[in-house]
Ligand binder design. Structure first.
Ligand SMILES: NC(=O)c1ccc[n+]([C@@H]2O[C@H](COP(=O)([O-])OP(=O)(O)OC[C@H]3O[C@@H](n4cnc5c(N)ncnc54)[C@H](OP(=O)(O)O)[C@@H]3O)[C@@H](O)[C@H]2O)c1
Length: 300
């Protein structure tokens, strides 16, 4: 299959590129070549590239900046997916699009199911929700993959921040009243490659996506708080004999942190549909973290 992959320099795009490349011909244009900030140009580019499948992890992911630049966030996260999905519908090309736990308001404690009501708290969340709706109403065969708390050894993210602070400070203060599943980009890459591996034709992919009714939650299994995640990172660094300064991680409330943007308190995503529709059972967040730390510490 000829796959168009966006966001190759990102965490998820970077993990998908080698995975998808094992069995497919992957076109992975740079941002300059395929700019989601200019949705009006995408149909012509797609006419030229002629993919059999579009995979779109690229997004405006800067949550705080999206409050200041909502127009650009909506263009990249909703206008561009809409343009791609409309082209996909016209050419019978299936589309895999990535979305987020931020479409939910984080109320309650139960893991969110795919059909639960969305009620985003932030401009970023609203832009991603608009993107989902545009894909869903486009007429294209689609699979929207919602994930959460993504990290990788390579890009700037929570793992990298805690890793840096662990060398700089004796005590780290971390939010302990927001819960979700830390998810390694590598686990996402592996799962997506598994999902599409057995389904090389567009007709088969359409049937496959219909099994999940077009939306699926995909994270590492289990859940923790940001404080739990940070503590696990620090503990694993210590176990590996890394010369860190950090002696303790102190839990704090989200309101003490005074973030500019409200984040969901409950970001847990239910993985039942992922298992039932695709037979995919995700590794635990702790296992995924160990693998990523092997890379991170090996790279030091
Ligand atoms: N990160 C998380 O914690 C998280 C959580 C839940 C869901 N998600 C979703 O998962 C997906 C992947 O996230 P990620 O963590 O891999 O994001 P990321 O590391 O921030 O990567 C975003 C990618 O999008 C590209 N991009 C941004 N603006 C673009 C534009 N105008 N035109 C073309 N490309 C553009 C970036 O290119 P540059 O390198 O040039 O900027 C980068 O390759 C996104 O849909 C995101 O909403 C992420």
């Amino acid at each position: 299959m000829r796959i168009l992959l966006t966001g190759r320099s990102g965490q998820v795009g970077g993990a998908l590129l080698p995975r998808l490349g094992e069995n497919h011909d992957v076109l992975a244009p740079s941002r300059d070549q395929f700019d989601l900030g200019r949705p009006e140009c995408l149909a012509a580019e797609l006419d030229r590239l002629r993919p059999d499948l579009i995979v779109n992890p690229a997004a405006f992911t800067a949550v705080e900046r999206a409050e200041d630049e909502p127009d650009l966030a909506f263009t990249v996260n909703a206008g561009a997916p809409q343009a791609m999905a409309r082209w996909a519908a016209r050419h019978d090309v299936p589309l895999i699009h990535f979305s987020t736990d931020y479409v939910f308001d984080g109320s309650g404690e139960a893991p969110w199911r795919e059909d639960d009501a969305c009620n985003p708290l932030s401009a970023y969340g609203r832009s991603k929700w608009e993107g989902e709706k545009a894909v869903q109403t486009s007429g294209a065969s689609h699979l929207i993959i919602r994930t959460s708390w993504v990290y990788s050894a390579g890009r700037s993210n929570f793992l990298q921040t805690i890793n840096r602070l662990a060398y700089e400070r004796e005590e780290l203060q971390v939010v302990a009243d927001q819960f979700g599943a830390p998810t390694s980009a590598a686990s996402i890459g592996q799962a997506v490659a598994t999902i599409i591996a057995e389904h090389p034709s567009q007709r088969e992919l359409a049937k496959l996506f219909a099994r999940a009714r077009g939306v699926v939650h995909l994270t590492n299994s289990g859940s923790t708080s940001w404080h739990g995640f940070a503590s696990a990172i620090v503990e694993a660094l210590r176990t590996r004999g890394m010369p860190i300064k950090a002696k303790s991680t102190r839990p704090m409330a989200a309101c003490e942190y005074r973030a500019r943007v409200a984040r969901p308190a409950n970001s847990r995503l239910d993985l039942t549909r992922l298992r039932e529709a695709f037979g995919v059972v995700m590794p635990s967040w702790q296992e995924a973290l160990e693998s990523e730390l092997d890379l991170l510490c090996g790279a030091k």
